[in-house]
Design a protein. Structure first.
Length: 131
């Protein structure tokens, strides 16, 4: 984890989340302790990536437009949350493990998009900690 490169931190958090998502498919039936440990691993990945997502969103906007961007962000997340709830029910009915495979795929796409941004270097990241 780098103090100076927010995108690499997001990638690290997403990779931890992706690994935990795949591990959910390998947990033996009835193993609550393995499920709890795996959930902790996922939470660590989330806690690494989420603050940097918020920081990037805050750095990308200025003053008055920030409220509009945040409201748009929350609206889109809510819409996708409602749709994904319905879709996850259908996926679960087909095969309960599909939920985790699709989640892994979505996280992997996010990692690839961030890597493309890193290669193009079109995103200027301002370190919020001023280090």
């Amino acid at each position: 984890i780098s103090r100076f490169n927010l995108l690499k931190n997001m990638i690290a958090g997403f990779i931890i989340q992706a690994m935990a998502t795949l591990l959910f498919t390998a947990i033996p039936l009835g193993s609550l302790s393995a499920a709890i440990i795996n959930m902790i691993i996922f939470a660590v990945g989330f806690s690494i990536s989420r603050p940097f997502i918020d920081t990037l969103l805050a750095n990308a906007t200025k003053g008055a437009e920030r409220a509009s961007i945040y409201s748009l962000n929350n609206t889109v997340i809510s819409i996708f949350g409602a749709i994904s709830g319905l879709a996850s029910g259908y996926l679960y009915k087909l095969n309960p493990r599909l939920l985790y495979y699709v989640s892994f795929g979505i996280i992997s796409v996010c990692v690839m998009l961030i890597m493309v941004l890193l290669r193009k270097k079109t995103v200027k990241i301002v370190n919020p900690l001023n280090l």
